[in-house]
Design a protein. Structure first.
Length: 250
């Protein structure tokens, strides 16, 4: 069974860094399991952190602008064609780890056949993996416009400011119905030595569960495109037990 993790939050909050850190944690805990990174952020930044300039996207398939790496097989149904096209844009990062990039998502209100065909094909694709980590644009609504799937864990990345917690409340409200049945909570990122009492109280008053916190990593402030952080990985390992994820080798 596929375990799905969605990382949401405001641009610049640290979503991509946390997505990569989750990848490292899962690889360590479950080295034989397959993982799909699903870049649903409009910046398409996740691929760059691995050294890839990924321009073939799900939107390219939807819009008919994708340039295929191989010739198009003959005598396929439209659904088979969409499934084959998705396979063409999946990039292998390393053994057991792949990435796919969505870029723009269409509206669920669109009656175009491709909307349903992509949803069905993407669902079939992600079910092949043990874990899927979604690096989301803002909230789960944007992801749902492309793919209607169960989310086991949705994390809202917030920074330790009143403004960021207030925005996290809005993201929580927008995302709640799309995370129904799963776990939805906040991770406070870029923590420093300031008094966090007001921040924690505000989150609790808003009805949001704080699942963990991550210290500020000065090395990330230097602007490295790689976005690797041992500090972030260690922090996730420390609060992993609180998450709706397998707690033993599965």
């Amino acid at each position: 069974m596929t375990i799905t993790i969605a990382i949401t939050g405001k641009s610049g909050s640290g979503k991509t860094t946390i997505t990569k850190a989750f990848l490292e944690v899962l690889k360590k805990k479950y080295p034989d399991k397959s993982i799909l990174l699903f870049d649903n952020d409009l910046s398409g930044e996740l691929g760059h952190t691995f050294g890839f300039d990924i321009r073939n996207t799900i939107y390219g398939i939807r819009s008919g602008k994708h340039e295929y790496r191989t010739g198009i097989p003959q005598q396929m149904t439209k659904q088979e064609y969409v499934e084959w096209a998705l396979e063409d844009i999946v990039i292998q990062i390393e053994d057991n780890v792949d990435i796919i990039v969505s870029w723009l998502s269409g509206s669920k209100d669109c009656r175009c056949p491709i909307t349903g065909q992509l949803n069905d094909a993407l669902q079939k694709l992600i079910e092949r993996y043990d874990f899927v980590i979604f690096d989301c644009e803002f909230d789960l609504k944007y992801l749902n416009q492309l793919l209607d799937t169960n989310i086991d864990l949705a994390l809202i990345v917030a920074n330790p400011t009143v403004e960021s917690i207030d925005l996290a409340k809005r993201i929580n409200e927008y995302s709640a119905k799309y995370a129904a049945g799963g776990q939805l909570g906040i991770v406070i990122n870029k923590m420093n030595n300031i008094d966090m009492t007001e921040i924690y109280n505000l989150a609790k008053e808003s009805g949001m569960e704080i699942l963990g916190s991550i210290p500020y990593d000065e090395n990330l402030a230097k602007g490295s495109i790689v976005r690797d952080s041992r500090i972030v990985v260690d922090a996730i390992e420390n609060f992993y037990f609180r998450l709706n994820l397998p707690q033993e080798n599965c």
